[in-house]
Design a protein around this ligand. Structure first.
Ligand code: F3S
Length: 774
């Protein structure tokens, strides 16, 4: 049934606890001597578990202090939700500590159109969807069925609220920042922190102010603002930083336009992006049935919560005059290679690329708004009335069922279909490689998308597909020319009647006059479902994709003769050089085993280099029997140690575990029996993940000791007992004995807090939580 959302939603679980946040903010102001605060600081610090503890030490906060925070909501997509839920379940709680939602969007393949694609994907992913749905029912999680839409669009339409702090298990979670909040993309282990009510830790990011003046005009859209900024900041320019926009240029943007900008802040590595509360945000809340949130936000804004203080200091300020912006085309293969449209034709020629576009794609979580689609429809109408049809395959993935139904009701879909657009299911589809493309297999070709990412092979699995990012209007207009060098702002298209056709800049409409249509309400969850504890979570015995997580046994059980020291450990290997979470747990074809720890562990460290010999995926088994070879793959040797009940140690180089928050990179070594990892240095997030899984991360005091330890050596800890008893020093001594019986001692440093020591003792953070309930 298609009907209008004039009904107010029940907002009780959505409205942020503004009174409490403001009260905390007052305390924060006192602690910081009433210095003016940025908006990002206000939101973060008002979510601190204990402002006194975090802020009363003096010294620098941004870039230095670790904040313990209480996020208010969690959203998870179907791929990352699997392991997050399995972990949550092993904590033994009966409900989530904060409102949580699951969104089925990543596993839907785009082949030939919405309804058949959806049906096929539901069948092929049935066991995963059944698992997610049953777990959602058991724990009172809102479950958005396949077909409901893409996580970030749904969060913006339903859950985002100004001033809120929320987490999502997907890198484009910051999209929700379009409503003036902090939405942060995290790994499953962080989401589980929030779901279990464990404080979530974040190093206070630096805050970059982006000062917007002037106005967008003509063809320039908010997408062009972020494409321009990506070129300026590069893919690493936002790391450890929040991008906070301010200035007179913010207010004129639609809420959904700001969401596009926030979405793609992820492309420069920003922690998240945010904006002061605006009238357009208020209007968006009303039209999406959240008047109650808008009214509460209006009041909170009056009290100063939802914008920066006058005189707030940013770590850096970037000036952008919107009047100077022209449409941008970014790529190929990286989102920060930004070229203004007027120079793109020359770039195509200089680079020797074929002047041919092979497909246009619009929609996705990034650009599915009513405003985007009305602008696109206007372009299509102009072309159609001149007798043009698109020259290349043109696909559209609506961000949500609500958008799909509204497009249909308002004639946008038929306008697009009339010029040859194929509307796909409301899901990620081609944006995440779920595009079964029949043309251009293995050949160089160029596509234009309004999506957010354009790494090699991202869309169609063909590494020779050059993928360029642009606004939906530019992607659409260029589809009618079929040429890469076509500039819709200045160039004309020859019509069959000999006349020349030129586009005029489209205007679009921010919000639908008739409100949003809901579409098929069968896809939606019941709001705030109560947990049904009797529900059986569905995992079949012989599943290859899902497996219940067995709690990891503690190393400190009665079987350990060394008491509060770790048992004697064998060194699995010494890893040379760069070792990211991708080296530890590869993605690609392994993603289908995300919910099956035994299967995915078969990829452990498979692209890591062994410093003894310099080979990839080779490890040595010094205790092999006559039926086994001495050298084998890394996962195979790890498996042998596990089979012998032999806990092990790993020796690693600098910045071990950099890259992502992927919790599998900590779960997998733990699964095979890893007890300590000794590093020259750790990437912070991964180090925290190791601790959560009950692995002790240790830092070499003298980094040259790294080369003194080799595979097969026996390592014993000394001084851990003191740490376990709560009066430990920072130093843990290791005695290393080699195969000839020679031994030496080295010093390492731990970074365990007293709470983290409890996790180590219990075997994992989740074991500890479970022990507290019992
Ligand atoms: Fe999906 Fe692509 Fe967004 S994968 S969540 S549509 S970035």
């Amino acid at each position: 049934a298609t009907h209008v959302t004039t009904i107010e939603k029940d907002c009780s679980s959505i409205i942020p606890p503004y009174a409490k946040l403001l009260q905390k903010l007052d305390r924060v102001r006192e602690l910081l001597n009433n210095r003016p605060l940025t908006l990002a600081e206000k939101i973060l610090y008002s979510h601190l578990v204990d402002p006194e503890k975090a802020l009363s030490r003096g010294g620098k906060i941004r870039g230095e202090t670790y904040l313990q925070l209480n996020p208010q909501r969690v959203a998870m997509q179907d791929a990352s939700a699997q392991m997050a839920l399995l972990q949550f379940m092993s904590a033994g709680l009966s409900r989530c500590a904060v409102p949580t939602s699951i969104h089925c969007d990543h596993l839907i393949q785009a082949v030939d159109g919405a309804s058949s694609d959806l049906q096929r994907s539901i069948v092929s992913n049935k066991e995963v969807f059944d698992f997610l749905e049953s777990a959602a029912r058991k724990y009172g999680i809102e479950f958005w069925k396949p077909g409901s839409g893409i996580i970030h669009q749904i969060v913006l339409e339903n859950y985002a609220a100004p001033g809120m702090l929320m987490l999502g298990t997907d890198s484009h979670t910051p999209n929700a920042g379009g409503l003036g909040l902090l939405a942060i993309g995290v790994g499953g282990a962080d989401a589980v922190d929030a779901m279990t009510g464990t404080p979530w830790e974040l190093k206070a990011p630096h805050v970059v102010g982006i000062h917007l003046t002037g106005q967008l005009s003509g063809w320039a859209t908010p997408k062009d603002l972020i494409l321009h900024l990506a070129g300026k900041l590069t893919v690493r320019g936002g790391t450890g930083r929040i991008l906070e926009y301010f200035g007179p240029g913010v207010a004129a943007q639609s809420c959904t336009g700001l969401a596009t900008v926030a979405n793609m802040g992820a492309e420069v590595g920003a922690t998240t992006s945010t904006f002061p509360y605006t009238k357009n945000m208020c209007a968006y809340l009303h039209v999406t049935g959240r008047g109650a949130v808008a009214r509460a936000a209006d009041a909170a804004a009056e009290k100063g919560l939802l914008s920066a203080d006058e005189g707030a200091e940013y770590d850096e300020v970037i000036e952008i005059n919107l009047s100077d912006l022209e449409p941008m085309i970014n790529g190929p293969f990286t989102p920060d290679l930004a070229t203004p449209l007027s120079k793109f034709g020359a770039l195509v020629q200089e680079s020797g690329w074929k002047d041919e576009l092979s497909a246009s794609l619009i929609g996705s979580c990034t650009n599915s708004s009513y405003e985007d689609l009305t602008r696109v429809a206007e372009i299509a109408k102009q072309a159609q009335s001149a007798g043009l049809a698109t020259k290349v395959p043109f696909l559209c993935t609506p961000g949500s069922e609500q958008i799909r139904a509204t497009m249909e009701r308002d004639g946008i879909t038929s306008t697009l279909q009339d010029v040859g657009v194929v509307v796909l299911a409301n899901a990620c589809g081609p944006c995440i490689g779920q595009w079964k493309r029949e043309d251009s297999k293995g050949e160089e070709n160029a596509i234009l998308t309004s999506f957010n990412r354009n790494f090699k092979s991202r869309n169609d699995g063909n590494r020779y597909t050059m993928n360029f990012l642009a606004s939906p209007t530019i992607v659409t207009a260029m589809a009618f020319s079929g040429k890469l060098t076509f500039n819709p702002m200045t160039d004309t298209i020859n019509l069959p009647n000999g006349q020349l056709f030129k586009f005029t800049p489209p205007s679009g409409q921010d919000l639908p006059t008739k409100g949003f249509a809901m579409g098929n309400t069968g896809y939606y969850p019941s709001p705030m479902p109560e947990p049904q504890p009797g529900t059986q979570v569905v995992i079949s015995e012989d599943s290859q994709r899902l497996e219940m997580l067995e709690p990891f046994p503690s190393h400190f059980g009665p079987q350990n003769p060394r008491g509060l020291e770790l048992p004697s450990l064998k060194v699995l290997m010494r890893v040379r050089g760069k070792c990211t979470t991708d080296h530890i747990s590869a993605a690609g074809p392994w993603l289908k085993y995300k919910g099956h720890l035994t299967n995915i562990s078969e990829n452990l460290l498979m692209t890591a280099i062994n410093d003894e010999g310099g080979d990839m995926n080779v490890a040595f088994d010094h205790d092999h029997d006559s039926s086994q070879s001495r050298s084998d793959t890394i996962p195979n040797v790890a498996k042998r140690l596990k089979a012998r009940n032999q806990p092990w140690a790993l020796i690693v180089d600098e910045n071990y575990g950099e890259g992502s928050a992927r919790e599998h990179a900590a779960l997998q070594p733990r699964f095979y029996g890893c007890a300590i990892i000794v590093a020259r240095s750790f990437a912070r997030i991964h180090e925290a993940n190791l601790k959560k899984q009950g692995i002790l991360p240790l830092w070499f005091v003298d980094k040259t000791d790294y080369s003194r330890i080799g595979s097969g050596d026996v390592v014993e800890t000394f001084g851990l007992g003191d740490l376990m008893n709560g009066n430990g020093e920072e130093v843990v001594k290791l005695r290393v004995t080699n195969s000839r019986g020679e031994f030496f001692e080295i010093l390492t440093r731990h970074t365990m807090s007293s709470d983290q020591v409890k996790w180590l003792k219990a075997g994992s953070a989740l074991n500890f939580i479970r022990s507290q309930i019992a």
